[in-house]
Design a protein around this ligand. Structure first.
Ligand SMILES: NC(=O)c1ccc[n+]([C@@H]2O[C@H](COP(=O)([O-])OP(=O)(O)OC[C@H]3O[C@@H](n4cnc5c(N)ncnc54)[C@H](OP(=O)(O)O)[C@@H]3O)[C@@H](O)[C@H]2O)c1
Length: 265
């Protein structure tokens, strides 16, 4: 996820010389520096002060470890932050209150939920500001995240729901492509051909959905002729309860996010 954001920032025009990435392993730091020419990448196993050093120089710090490590990381860099440094967390399930408790009093904090197409500058990134974040600081964070894709502001109470749609959503689209590829094989297509058809079809439909004002329902109806083949497929999906199944999956994802917040709390 962090590399997806990093790639989006650079492709969107941010000067790589303004970016410091910290990781644990030297091998990973070398990989990042090679792939994103011009950034500084510092590994904790070579430079144990890496996170503190990076935080000292930053206007915006993005915390991107697994949720369980975020509070420790926030505490680790606490002494190195300037009071104006905006701390942004991408961790699923970690609340603003949990972040604020691990940072100096008054530190501006923003909780975000990005998704993986951020890598191509086509992500959705939510921002939920904490109480100490001024409108100017929120705008700066939005500007920093904008190259990663569409930035939406939501109140924190809606982050679990958003996460269940856009955070996990790319995996749902990949799952659809997997299922379509398998269905093609069942119908007798060569597996490689079927995979190509599924990938290109889901990707092509995605491009159409990305057109300004695109309406998925209208697009679907426009390619569904009465009594045609697509209509038969959609009717079967509806009979089998696919919309309810998708809603149940999204509910399960949102519930899991709430569960993680409780476990971390
Ligand atoms: N995956 C998604 O689609 C998605 C969507 C929304 C939000 N998120 C959030 O994004 C975060 C990262 O998820 P991920 O799947 O990308 O995890 P990941 O692949 O494990 O990446 C975590 C990175 O953090 C580095 N790291 C861990 N501890 C560190 C420390 N103490 N100091 C410096 N660097 C440290 C790791 O370095 P090494 O590589 O050297 O170990 C690794 O590069 C999570 O909080 C997740 O909730 C993910």
């Amino acid at each position: 996820m962090n590399e997806a954001i990093l790639g989006g920032l650079i492709d969107g025009g941010m000067d790589p010389a303004d970016i410091v990435a910290t990781v644990r392993r030297a091998e990973r730091a070398a990989e990042l520096a090679a792939r994103h020419h011009g950034i500084t990448a510092i590994a904790g196993e070579e430079e144990p002060e890496n996170n503190r050093q990076a935080a000292k120089r930053a206007d915006v710090v993005i915390l991107g470890t697994k949720p369980v490590g975020i509070a420790d990381l926030a505490r680790e860099i606490s002494g190195s932050l300037s009071p104006q440094t905006i701390v942004v967390s991408v961790a699923a399930g970690v609340s603003l209150a949990q972040l604020e408790a691990a940072l100096p009093a008054g530190q501006p904090v923003i909780r975000t939920m990005p998704n993986v197409p951020a890598k191509l500058g086509r992500g959705v990134v939510s921002v939920s500001p904490g109480a100490n974040c001024s409108p100017e600081q929120l705008q700066l964070a939005k500007d920093v995240l904008k190259p990663a894709g569409t930035v939406v502001e939501v109140p924190e109470e809606q982050v679990d729901a958003l996460s269940a749609i856009s955070g996990s959503g790319p995996a749902y689209a990949f799952y659809l492509a997997e299922a379509m590829a398998a269905a093609g094989v069942e119908l007798g297509l060569d597996p490689d051909l079927s995979l190509l058809l599924a990938r290109e079809t889901v990707a092509g439909a995605g491009f159409m959905l990305a057109e300004p004002g695109a309406d998925p329902s209208a697009l679907r109806k426009s390619v569904t002729s009465p009594n045609g083949t697509t209509e038969r497929a959609i009717a079967t999906f509806n009979e089998r309860g696919i919309p309810e199944i998708i809603a149940a999956g999204a509910r399960a994802a949102a519930d899991r996010a709430a569960e993680i917040t409780k476990q971390l709390g």
